[in-house]
Design a protein around this ligand. Structure first.
Ligand code: SF4
Ligand code: SF4
Length: 116
């Protein structure tokens, strides 16, 4: 247990806001996530389905946020740094995601930053 904790701490890193994770993956949203996010945005469930739901995924009550131009519909870049437009109410799967040296997405982000 202690070894696992040490390994996790060693791999932890500060998020560099490269946005690679939000580009490589589609976020799963639970019904509770959708309710929280639609409340935050002030939109109806119908609006959500029209604007943000990926209709190709029809396999469970868990839905996928649509990608637009190759990235999550809520991802924006500001002066080279990624921003989540729904950060305050982001899906649970996104809130659980932590930057880490052991994650290929974060390493790719470092590489992109290093090469400009
Ligand atoms: S909801 Fe926000 S944190 Fe989650 S994938 Fe989309 S932009 Fe990234
Ligand atoms: S890939 Fe890693 S460093 Fe880049 S935004 Fe996601 S968590 Fe942060």
């Amino acid at each position: 247990m202690a070894k696992a904790k040490l390994k996790k701490e060693a791999a932890a890193m500060e998020c560099r806001r490269c946005g690679v994770c939000c580009t490589k993956h589609q976020a799963f949203v639970t019904p509770a996530d959708i309710e929280r996010i639609t409340d935050f945005l002030g939109i109806t469930l119908n609006d959500w389905e029209n604007l943000y739901d990926d209709r190709r995924w029809q396999y469970s009550e868990y839905r996928l946020i649509r990608h637009v131009d190759g990235a999550c519909a809520f991802l924006r870049f500001d002066e080279g740094h990624s921003t989540c437009l729904i950060h305050a109410v982001k899906p649970a799967c996104c809130a659980r995601w932590e930057a880490g040296e052991d994650k290929k997405e974060c390493r790719e982000g470092i590489g992109e930053a290093a090469t400009g």
